[in-house]
Ligand binder design. Structure first.
Ligand code: TYD
Ligand code: MG
Length: 452
């Protein structure tokens, strides 16, 4: 029996070393050298009885059949939407997110909801801790088995006995395989254990859901290759101090990455939010200056969100500009446009911008709502609550059209708005809308319309 051999490689340039070094001598990068297995003690197996694998045969594309059974519904509409219809058999899913955001809660909830035999393996919490969490979730699937284990060889032994339909691993950073010396969470351990799990998933057509920790700058901890190895990468995000959570697909081999799911963290777990617009707009009695509603799209879903701005005279010499949930660079650009193209004096003002509900928006169609909120706060003149906006602003101060404007208008109408401001260049079909559509071309137009 051959002994396991390991060696060290630089992750950056691939140079091989006999021992670990802090800095690669060849490319001078620090902390890029990791241990890798080059030969194993025995063939890595996830089960004892491996049959000789037949070489796969090429098939005509028309002869390949896809059965409806290829997707397992998660019994969770938001997750199904993000996945593009459910879990694909034999696929690997990686769920990343900040600590405490609710990754374990989400996957435990899914594990308890799927009417299949689910094995939930946790390396982070004890069985009784998971049971306590499950009690709070109040969903009763007796087909869910809980295992506390971090060694993959032991996990595979349990799998062989249980033969689960779905496997959940919390988290990949806690696993280790006997074949590598490195400690759990190190790059080579993550790579090896993921490779073992992928082999298991593909050979048995079992979907595997992995939880992954993220690093300080928001990337999934471990080698970038991890994201290439898995089929689906989901990101669970939100502000820990707010109750809303957003589930996005960063990569999806079986569906679109444009979809997103919205949840609310409650005392009994995560609640699916079917109508997000209603919750993202703050409730208030009087018209307040500095707020404007934008009709945005997140994926295929229209979403009405509230933009809040506060403009005040700068106390210190240099005015502050800060944005929460919105790109600060883009805010600076919009302020420059207001200053240069429309003559508003904001140079000596502090400007703060906030997207209500603790979510982050990248849709450029929110621009018009941003400048309207800024102008409203600057003049201390409120925008009526039943007005909303959907347009992008160009560098020349022109108001530009946005995609799928009709869908946005329809959502605004459905939620009872009476007026929507869009670009004059947006072609709106013959459909008859009850809501009043105001078409604008320049930043000055919007000012004249709202405050003059
Ligand atoms: P958790 O799933 O442990 O986060 P992660 O696995 O991403 O680190 O979620 C922890 C947070 O969720 C914790 O701060 C408490 C909160 N929570 C609720 O508000 N309600 C609940 O029913 C549960 C189970 C958790
Ligand atoms: Mg957790």
């Amino acid at each position: 029996m051959a002994k396991t051999k390991t060696t060290f490689f630089c992750q950056n340039c691939g140079t091989q070393y006999a021992k670990w070094l802090g800095q690669c001598k060849s490319c001078n990068e620090w902390n890029t050298i990791v241990e890798e297995v080059i030969q194993k003690e025995e063939k890595r197996k996830w089960k004892q009885t491996t049959t000789v694998k037949k070489a796969s045969k090429a098939l005509k594309i028309n002869d390949i059949s896809i059965s409806a059974e290829d997707r397992i519904s998660t019994e969770n509409n938001e997750l199904n939407r993000v996945l593009g219809g459910g879990l694909v058999r034999g696929s690997m899913l990686l769920l990343g997110g900040e600590p405490g955001i609710g990754k374990s809660t989400l996957l435990l909830q899914i594990a308890l909801a799927i009417p299949k035999k689910v094995l939930y393996v946790s390396g982070e919490e004890s069985q009784s801790q998971i049971k306590m969490r499950a009690e709070r979730l109040q969903t009763g699937n007796t087909n869910c088995l809980i295992l506390t284990e971090t060694n993959t060889q032991h996990i595979f032994r349990a799998i062989e006995e249980i033969q689960p339909d779905v496997l959940v691993i919390d988290s990949i950073q806690t696993l280790h395989t006997d074949y590598i010396e490195a400690s759990p969470g190190s790059i080579s351990q993550i790579r090896e254990t993921t490779a073992e799990l992928i082999k298991y998933a593909k050979e048995t057509s079992t979907p595997v859901l992995l939880i992954g920790h993220i690093t300080k700058d928001g990337a999934i901890a471990g080698p970038k290759i991890l994201e290439h190895m898995v089929d689906v990468v989901l990101q669970f995000e939100g502000d820990r101090n707010h109750t809303y959570r957003i589930l996005r697909a960063n990569k999806n081999r079986f569906g679109s990455t444009a979809e997103l799911g919205i949840y609310e963290m409650q005392s009994f777990g995560l609640r699916e939010v079917d109508n997000p617009s209603e919750i993202l707009i703050s409730q208030k009695e009087d018209d307040l200056s500095g707020t404007a509603i934008a009709a945005t799209l997140e994926g295929m879903r229209p979403l009405m969100i509230e933009v809040q701005a506060l403009v005040s005279t700068a106390v210190y010499g240099t005015p502050q500009r800060s944005a929460t949930g919105y790109d600060t660079k883009r805010l600076n650009m919009l302020l420059a446009v207001l200053e240069k193209r429309a003559g508003f004096r904001l140079g000596a003002k502090d400007v703060f911008l906030n997207i209500a509900g603790g979510i982050r928006v990248d849709d450029p169609a929110i621009d018009l709502a941003v400048i309207s909120a800024i102008l409203s706060s600057n003049d201390d003149d409120a925008i009526p609550q039943d007005f909303c906006f959907a347009a992008e602003i160009g560098l020349a101060g022109e108001i530009r059209p946005v995609n799928r404007v009709e869908q946005r208008i329809l959502e605004a109408e459905k939620l009872g708005f009476h007026k929507i401001f869009v670009s004059k260049f947006n072609k709106i079909g013959s459909a008859k809308f009850k809501i009043k559509i105001v078409k604008v071309t320049k930043v000055e137009d919007i000012y004249a319309n709202l405050f003059a």
